[in-house]
Design a protein around this ligand. Structure first.
Ligand SMILES: *[C@@H]1O[C@H](CO)[C@@H](O)[C@H](O)[C@H]1NC(C)=O
Ligand SMILES: *[C@@H]1O[C@H](CO)[C@@H](O)[C@H](O)[C@H]1NC(C)=O
Ligand SMILES: *[C@@H]1O[C@H](CO)[C@@H](O)[C@H](O)[C@H]1NC(C)=O
Length: 165
């Protein structure tokens, strides 16, 4: 009897820790900053490997509120529409930055198109499509998770207490 209530107690403790951890993790995961191109940064891709940015982006899971960071030298970042992305047309960007250190917030779901504004770079593959998921309610904000986490903890504590006492 004692050993079964002990194992129940440790199971409950484990559940409590998992609940704590998952609510903590959700509030951390709520907003992520991605480093475009990882260590390479935002550069003209090698001529035998021109698709590096779309490969990079397709391996990520972007959510609303995440941001992407572009690190580069003597170059620029533009957000453009699909047509201008396809044509490498840098005449009318919806966003432009050339400070070498650009943070771009993905503030809505759907597709974002980025190109380099430096002459000839986009044509060589310095361009990227980022798809942002429709909002997942489970990682919307820490404001949603904190009450759930507290509720779980109170529930688990009450559960533990009912066996220990
Ligand atoms: C591209 O060429 C470089 C050097 O010529 C080579 O090291 C690399 O493996 C090649 N990459 C691909 C994807 O073929
Ligand atoms: C580039 O795009 C703009 C509008 O976004 C358009 O007016 C212009 O004709 C385009 N230029 C070329 C060369 O296609
Ligand atoms: C996203 O940010 C851009 C640029 O700051 C802004 O023009 C646009 O209205 C924002 N969209 C949403 C849905 O907040």
């Amino acid at each position: 009897m004692a050993s079964s209530s002990f194992s129940l107690y440790s199971t409950t403790l484990l559940v409590l820790l998992l609940a704590l951890f998952s609510s903590l993790q959700c509030s951390i995961v709520a907003s992520t900053e991605f480093e475009v191109g990882d260590l390479k940064g935002w550069v003209v891709p090698p001529s035998n490997d021109t698709d590096i940015y779309n490969i990079w982006a397709s391996n990520k899971r972007f959510q609303i509120g995440d941001s992407i960071h572009f690190k580069y030298k003597k170059d620029s970042v533009m957000e453009v529409g699909k047509e201008n992305y396809d044509d490498c047309n840098a005449t009318q960007p919806t966003f432009f930055s050339n400070n070498g250190n650009t943070e771009f917030k993905l503030n809505h779901s759907g597709t974002f198109y980025f190109i380099s504004g430096a002459t000839g770079h986009c044509e060589k593959g310095q361009k990227m499509i980022v798809r942002v998921m429709i909002q997942d309610v489970h990682s919307k904000s820490s404001g949603y998770h904190v009450p759930v986490g507290v509720f779980q903890i109170v529930f688990v504590l009450a559960f533990v207490a009912s066996y220990v006492i």
